[in-house]
Design a protein. Structure first.
Length: 111
């Protein structure tokens, strides 16, 4: 995997993370936005500029691909490269969580 690509996406923004996570199933832009809202309980609401700007960059970087076009909708899906980058980010997040738990003498409620 290209080192420059890794440095671009790891660590990943929450926006990029949730877009790639949403695209483990084929979705169009609005469906991605809706899925992110549901996963984050409305904490993250992606606007059209954010979602389509991110998708355009991710497509250029070959993390996502268009698998179908219906009328004015493009259906996107994560690529194998995108899955690798997402897995790297998940591993990084798991390490953060594990280290924070081990370093703290408090339980979750005591932090």
């Amino acid at each position: 995997m290209d080192e420059k690509l890794i440095k671009t996406y790891v660590p990943m923004t929450e926006t990029a993370f949730y877009i790639l996570l949403s695209l483990t199933q084929p979705r169009h832009g609005y469906a991605i936005t809706d899925n992110v809202k549901k996963m984050t309980k409305n904490r993250i609401v992606l606007g059209p500029g954010t979602i389509y700007g991110s998708l355009s960059k991710m497509k250029k970087d070959q993390l996502v691909e268009i698998i179908q076009e219906e009328k004015n909708r493009k259906i996107y899906q994560i690529t194998e490269l995108g899955k690798q980058v997402l897995a790297m980010e998940k591993s990084r997040i798991e390490e953060l969580y594990t280290n924070s738990r081990e370093a703290s003498p408090y339980d979750e409620e005591g932090i």
